[in-house]
Design a protein around this ligand. Structure first.
Ligand code: FAD
Length: 755
């Protein structure tokens, strides 16, 4: 609270001293669970633990930043305590999918929302064999686990006792066939779980077997004269049979009684314990509450695209549309640093070029990671939270950056007010992103409810800014006071009085929001000029690092080589192929950006059928001796890409760099060289045309005129036109003269007197 007050007063979030103290306390990686929780961490290798195991596993995949996972934690901890004695028949395990290191493992286990819980039978061979559990309360999870254990009759975990009802012959011959000193029979109704729970409670004990008898097993019910359920009977090896008299008939009472029997002893089992990852300390960096941080915004984009979207190896249908919408508003409105801006435009353009309804994340990630070495395009390779950093690593982080990013985008959309910008554009993109990608599924459901109630009433950009602000406050209200709230950053109706004294006013002694002032405040707060660029890594360095990382990705390289080979086999020859939108191999380096960057990516994968034409003249894309074949799509993309990069390198203001301006094809067609080239390709002499091409500085109107001409009238065409025109005129004149003479002649004949 103290910190929030300091923050809202516009002070630095923490003083240097306080920051230093927190530095020693705050963990870098959020772990909701630890060694005391009686669960196994899967961070060291989920595959080796969950697959081919002699135990069954109930695993929870969570994200430490997800509020609902945090609220679920006490339930899971309680469950772990409750069934700790069922080990090694069944273990509980956890994996933090919010931690980027675990992203791919989580994807492999088909985890798309949090928390996801899955049951793995003993000896599970394939991840797909796991069974998902929708239960959220410990009672139903326990029942779910028991049902699954019982269902795995064919290959039960060796440590698991028989859970199915015992038959009469089994009871009669029990002591002949077993070494146990006791047999406990618990009679119960089919819907009861007591007998099976007690049986599992005795997994770590020797000398006794606990079995279930159902009320419908008449012969046993009659033999033991059972009239109430559940009822327990103790059968001893010496032949004695007695009722288990417990004060209150319950699992705990039965278990306590059985464990106290003479000769029943606990085994010394070697159980799998917590093999957690060590928590590292973090630096809590001073942040100014009146600013928003580019580092937070870039972290949001990084995390959403590299951790959230990656959960879907195939992107299709509505989900693909959601991704396109998200990238599109980022490309349009996000006031990014130059290299990220390039990357966003490249991604946007690439997505726009994809034909069909499906893309593979791997292909998307190639563009995202700039595998094709587009010049000067990079997204930060890790998160770097500043204002959104919590007082502990499990707090705040990603969801805080998501809110901040979309607030910013609503204000940027207002500021740019592009001609094609719909007032709801950003909100709809956010809605779809949250719906299809946001890992906290409960949050997504709640957000969708709000959106479906009122988003349609948004009529202009101001409405959009206000809608998001008030929806965020509704969430704040719902979450205020929760256990999952960062105690240093309690949820308030935002902005606080200190942050914006004019945002509230009094009406009939009641404090209410002052609408116009709130709007003014939001527009100022989420304006481009209020973004702090502190704590950011240099983009060039990031690009270099990323390239070093991707160049060591040997597995992928191998796959690419294989793909390329297959492609060559099918095509029968080796084209110089460039994927859509990409600078050809080595081209970026040729353009002299950074000599130290690796230039070894010898080829690119063909993912679309190129439009192939034979070239007549030497172009930049041709190398000596190579067959003169060019992929037109790639060339076109290369051309636009080149313009994007060229423009972004200049010091123009963002508005001048608006994607519409950057990528406007009509603009591109004024390029004299491009026009000449196109005409040459069609075998048309361009001398005549070049005479009328409008040079830079002429009006757009003239430009468009040239664009029409540029469709291709050669000198011959025009000469033929003139000749045709001349001949037609001559013909018409001759006809006119002939008819005129003829009519005069007839008129004279008519005037002659009749003989
Ligand atoms: P956040 O609420 O994340 O806010 C981040 C920053 O934005 C604040 O520090 C403040 O500077 C500013 N801010 C605060 N309020 C406003 C406002 N009204 N307008 C503009 N700026 C503001 N968690 C759950 O447990 N349950 C949910 O149902 C849930 N739904 C969510 C829905 C969405 C779409 C998102 C993005 C997150 C959701 N979360 C939910 C997470 C939750 O809202 C917080 O993001 C998370 O608890 C981190 O809180 P925080 O303290 O960083 O502040």
């Amino acid at each position: 609270m103290m910190m929030r007050m300091m923050a809202d007063l516009g002070w630095l979030r923490v003083s240097g001293v306080l920051g230093f103290l927190l530095l020693a306390l705050a963990p870098a990686q959020a772990h909701l669970y630890g060694p005391d929780d009686l669960v196994v961490s899967l961070a060291d290798g989920a595959h080796s633990v969950l697959l081919n195991s002699s135990s069954a596993w109930f695993a929870q995949f969570y994200a430490s930043w997800c509020g609902h996972c945090q609220s679920f934690k006490p339930t899971f901890q309680a469950l772990a305590r409750d069934i700790k004695d069922w080990r090694p028949a069944v273990y509980l395990a956890v994996l933090d999918c919010g931690n980027e290191d675990n992203t791919l493992v989580c994807r492999e286990f088909d985890v798309q929302g949090f928390p996801t819980m899955k049951f793995f039978h003993s000896n599970t061979k394939e991840k797909s064999e796991a069974v998902r559990s929708q239960s959220r309360d410990p009672g139903s999870i326990k029942k779910f686990i028991i049902d699954k254990l019982e269902a795995s009759k064919d290959s039960p975990p060796p440590a698991c006792p028989p859970l199915e009802p015992i038959s009469t012959p089994e009871v009669e011959q029990f002591f002949q066939n077993n070494d146990e000193t006791y047999l406990v029979l618990i009679f119960e109704l089919p819907e009861m779980y007591t007998a099976r729970e007690v049986a599992l409670d005795m997994v770590q004990y020797d000398g006794v077997s606990v079995r279930r008898v159902l009320n419908i097993q008449e012969d046993l019910v009659t033999k033991f004269n059972v009239s109430s359920f559940p009822s327990g009977f103790l059968l001893s090896r010496d032949g004695s049979i007695s009722t288990i008299g417990v004060e209150e008939v319950s699992r705990e009472a039965y278990t306590r009684f059985i464990r106290s029997l003479p000769g029943v002893k606990k085994l010394n089992l070697n159980l799998i314990g917590w093999k957690g990852v060590e928590e590292k300390n973090v630096t809590l960096r001073p942040a100014n509450s009146s600013k928003i941080y580019m580092a937070d915004l870039e972290s949001s984009i990084h995390y959403s695209l590299r951790v959230e979207v990656v959960r879907y190896s195939t992107l299709e249908g509505e989900r693909l549309k959601a991704l396109c919408g998200y990238i599109n508003v980022l490309a349009k409105y996000f006031p990014a640093r130059p290299m990220l801006r390039n990357l966003l435009h490249t991604l946007n353009d690439w997505l726009g070029k994809q034909k069909g309804d499906t893309i593979m994340y791997e292909d998307f990630s190639d563009v995202l990671n700039n595998t094709y070495k587009v010049k000067d395009a990079v997204l930060s390779p890790h998160v770097n939270y500043i204002w959104c950093q919590g007082s502990k690593a499990k707090y705040r982080g990603f969801p805080c950056t998501v809110w901040t990013l979309f607030h910013l985008l609503t204000v940027q959309a207002f500021e740019l007010r592009a001609a094609d910008s719909e007032p709801q554009e950003v909100l709809q993109a956010m809605r779809e992103y949250i719906r299809y990608f946001f890992g906290c599924r409960y949050c997504a459901v709640e957000f969708e409810k709000m959106a479906s109630e009122s988003m349609n009433f948004v009529r202009d950009h101001d409405d959009a800014i206000r809608w998001l602000w008030s929806s965020h406050n509704r969430v704040n209200k719902r979450l205020a006071g929760n256990n999952e709230e960062d105690p240093e950053f309690p949820k308030i109706q935002w902005p606080s009085k200190d942050l914006c004294p004019k945002c509230r006013k009094k009406l009939l002694n009641k404090e209410i929001w002052d609408g116009p002032n709130v709007l003014r405040f939001l527009k100022q707060r989420f304006s481009e000029s209020n973004i702090s660029f502190e704590y950011l890594e240099d983009e060039k360095k990031m690009l270099k690092k990323l390239r070093e990382e991707t160049s060591t990705n040997t597995v992928r390289e191998k796959r690419e080589t294989k793909d390329l080979k297959e492609e060559q086999d099918t095509a029968g020859r080796n084209y110089n192929i460039v994927p859509p939108n990409m600078v050809p191999p080595g081209k970026a380096e040729e353009e002299g950006n950074d000599d130290s960057l690796p230039t070894t990516k010898a080829k690119q994968i063909l993912r679309h059928r190129p439009t192939i034409i034979k070239m007549k003249s030497n172009t930049a894309l041709q190398k000596d001796g190579e067959e003169k074949i060019l992929d037109l799509d790639a060339y076109e993309n290369h051309y636009f890409q080149g313009r994007t990069l060229q423009d972004s390198n200049s010091k123009l203001h963002k508005r001048a760099l608006h994607p519409k301006t950057l990528l406007d094809p009509s603009d591109a067609e004024f390029n004299e060289e491009a026009v000449r080239e196109r005409l040459l390709k069609r075998g048309i002499d361009t001398k005549y045309l070049l005479g009328v091409i409008v040079k830079e500085g002429d009006s757009n109107w003239k430009g468009r005129w040239v664009k029409m001409l540029e469709v291709g009238f050669s000198r011959l065409d025009i000469s033929l036109c003139i000749i045709l025109y001349f001949l037609t005129s001559m013909g018409l004149l001759a006809m006119y003269l002939y008819l005129n003479v003829r009519s005069r002649f007839f008129r004279q004949r008519c005037r002659c007197p009749q003989p």
